[in-house]
Ligand binder design. Sequence first.
Ligand code: SF4
Length: 109
Amino acid sequence: MAFVRPSQVRSYAKAEVSLAVRGSVDAETLAARLSACASGPHLQRDAKVAVGYCGACGCGKNARSELSVKATMPAARCPKHRWSMIARPTKREGWVAKVVGALRRFKNQ
Ligand code: SF4
């Protein structure tokens, strides 16, 4: 079993919480992230999963670290900074969109 640093545990927890609270990143951000992964040297392809795994983050091959999952998490980070050129969803935008969506759903009931 690979050694997991406390910073990796914190980073993973933060990413999972961001997904639970804010929901997935938008389709454009997801596509840009996966494109960066597909063209990079760290992608570990696996025929059993849709995209593959990141070979640089140390997460290994578990269901939550599969890139089609990881890339949806707003607070997930690329350890090689290949996602840094992609516009990052902010907490404020996430919360505002969530509140506006809830108000619209409530109004339409
Ligand atoms: S998260 Fe970053 S390092 Fe990992 S596969 Fe994607 S682009 Fe490569």
